[in-house]
Design a protein around this ligand. Structure first.
Ligand code: NDP
Ligand code: MG
Length: 385
C-alpha cells in the first residue's frame, strides 16, 4: 500500500491521478489533497477518500470548507496558504507527492517534500524549469526519485529502462504542434482565446492548453528534459508528430531509436509514476495498428511559434533566464485567458522581459521568486492600460 499526497487535486492531472487511485484501492491511499479555491470538488474528495489533511490556497475558502466538512468522520484538517501547501507536501504518512499544481507556486512545496524524503511524481513542469538546478541535486542528495508524469518525459523515462549505463545521443521530443500548426504569423495575429483553448488531441487545464498553442509548452518541456535526463539542450530535438501516438523517443550512440507509443491518455504516465517500475492493467483504448493509417513527422516552425526559440535561448543563458521565460509566460497567459491581450502579445511579453533581464547565475529559491516578482512588475508597468 502506497500513501499518496496531491498538490492540485482538483485539476486535470489531479483528478486523473485520483481516477488511477480509485481503480486500484488495494494499492493506494489518498492521504492529503489541495487546490487553489475549488472547495466544491475538495469537499467531494474529502467525503469520498477521508484524507488526513486538505490545503486550500484561499484562506476564506478554507474557512468555508472547514464548516462544510465538519460532519465528516474521521475529520480532515483544513489548512491554507503556502504553509498549508507545505503541510500537504511533507505529511508524515505519504510515500509520494504528485505535483499537479500549475505554475511556479509549486517550487517551495516541492523542495519541502524532497527535503522530507518524499518521492515526487512530477507534473508541475514550471517548478523544474525554474529551479531544476536546485531540485535535481537535492533529490540526489536525499536519495528520492523524481518520476516524470508529463507524457513525453514519461515516454523518455520508459525508453531509458535498463539503459542507465548507456549514453544518450539524442532525445526526440514529440510535439502535436497544437491547434495552430501550419498557421502563419499573420494568421496567428487573428486567433481568439476560444480557438487557442481547443487542443486537437489532449484535454488539459487552461494554462497548459494555451502553452501548447504557442509551443511554449514544448519549450518548457525541452528545459524539463534537460534537467530530468541530464542532457545538453543541443541533444534535444523537437519533432512534430500531430497524431500524438509516439510520446517521445531516445536515440542511442549505436543509432538505435527507442520510442514509447500509446493512445493519448494521461492516466498511463500518471499510473506509471505511481507504480514504477511495475506495470499494471489500465482500462482504456489500445492502439489498433490495423486501423491506424499514418504517423507523420515534420519539423517545428520556430520562426512562427516563438515559444520554442525563447526556451532554447533561456536555457542557453541559464541562471535566472528560464525563470524569466516561464514567469513572463505565466503572466502573459493569465492576461490572455482574461482577454486582456492578443495571442501574439504573449510572445512580445516574454521577449521584452528576457531582453530587459540582467541574468543571475545559479539563483537561490529566494532569487527565483524575486525574479518572478520583477517580471510581473515590469509587465505591469510596460503594458499598463
Ligand atoms: P489545472 O489548471 O487543470 O489544475 C491546476 C491545479 O492546481 C488545480 O487543482 C488548482 O486548484 C491548483 N492550483 C492552482 N493555483 C493554486 C494555488 N495557488 N495553490 C494551490 N493549488 C493551486 O492544470 P493541469 O492539471 O492541466 O496542470 C497541472 C500541471 O501539470 C501543470 O504544471 C501542467 O503543465 C502539467 N501537465 C499537465 C498535463 C495535462 O494533461 N493536464 C500534461 C502534462 C503536464 P483549483 O481547481 O482550485 O484552481
Ligand atoms: Mg507534455
Amino acid at each position: 500500500m502506497k500513501n499518496v499526497a496531491i498538490l492540485g487535486s482538483t485539476g486535470s492531472i489531479g483528478t486523473q491521478t485520483i481516477e488511477v487511485l480509485k481503480a486500484n484501492p488495494d494499492d493506494f491511499k489518498l492521504v492529503a489533497i489541495s487546490a487553489g479555491s475549488n472547495i466544491r470538488l475538495l469537499e467531494e474528495q474529502i467525503r469520498e477518500f477521508h484524507p488526513e489533511i486538505c490545503a486550500v490556497w484561499d484562506e476564506n475558502k478554507a474557512k468555508e470548507l472547514e464548516i462544510a466538512v465538519a460532519d465528516v468522520v474521521p475529520s480532515c484538517r483544513i489548512v491554507s496558504g503556502m504553509d498549508g501547501l507545505i503541510e500537504v507536501a511533507v505529511i508524515d504518512s505519504s510515500d509520494i507527492l504528485i505535483t499537479a499544481v500549475v505554475g511556479m507556486i509549486g517550487i517551495t512545496p516541492t523542495i519541502a517534500a524532497i527535503n522530507a524524503g518524499k518521492d515526487i511524481g512530477l507534473a508541475n513542469k514550471e517548478t523544474l524549469v525554474t529551479a531544476g538546478h536546485i531540485i535535481m541535486p537535492l533529490a540526489k542528495e536525499k536519495g528520492i526519485s523524481i518520476l516524470p508524469v508529463d507524457s513525453e518525459h514519461s515516454a523518455i523515462f520508459q525508453c531509458l529502462n535498463g539503459e542507465r549505463e548507456n549514453h544518450i545521443n539524442k532525445i526526440l521530443l514529440t510535439a502535436s504542434g497544437g491547434p495552430f500548426r501550419g498557421k502563419t504569423r499573420e494568421e496567428l495575429a487573428e486567433v481568439t482565446l476560444e480557438m487557442a483553448l481547443k487542443h486537437p488531441n489532449w484535454s488539459m487545464g487552461r494554462k497548459i492548453t494555451i502553452d501548447s498553442s504557442t509551443m511554449v509548452n514544448k519549450g518548457l518541456e525541452v528545459i524539463e528534459a534537460k534537467w530530468l535526463f541530464d542532457v545538453d539542450p543541443s541533444q534535444i530535438e523537437v519533432v512534430v508528430q500531430p497524431q500524438s501516438i509516439i510520446h517521445s523517443m531516445v536515440e542511442f550512440d549505436d543509432g538505435a531509436v527507442m520510442a514509447q507509443l500509446g493512445t493519448p491518455d494521461m492516466r498511463l504516465p500518471i499510473q506509471y509514476a505511481l507504480y514504477y517500475p511495475k506495470r499494471v492493467y489500465l482500462e482504456g483504448k489500445r492502439l489498433d495498428f490495423s486501423t491506424l493509417t499514418e504517423i507523420t513527422f515534420s519539423k517545428p516552425d520556430p520562426d512562427t511559434f516563438l515559444g520554442l526559440r525563447y526556451a532554447y535561448k533561456a536555457i542557453e543563458c541559464g541562471g535566472s533566464m528560464p525563470t524569466v521565460f516561464n514567469a513572463a509566460n505565466e503572466c502573459a497567459v493569465a492576461k490572455f485567458l482574461n482577454k486582456e491581450i492578443q495571442f501574439l502579445e504573449i510572445y512580445e511579453m516574454i521577449d521584452y522581459c528576457m531582453n530587459e533581464h540582467t541574468n543571475i547565475s545559479d539563483p537561490s529559491v529566494e532569487q527565483i521568486l524575486e525574479t518572478e516578482k520583477w517580471v510581473y512588475d515590469i509587465i505591469e508597468s510596460r503594458w499598463n492600460r
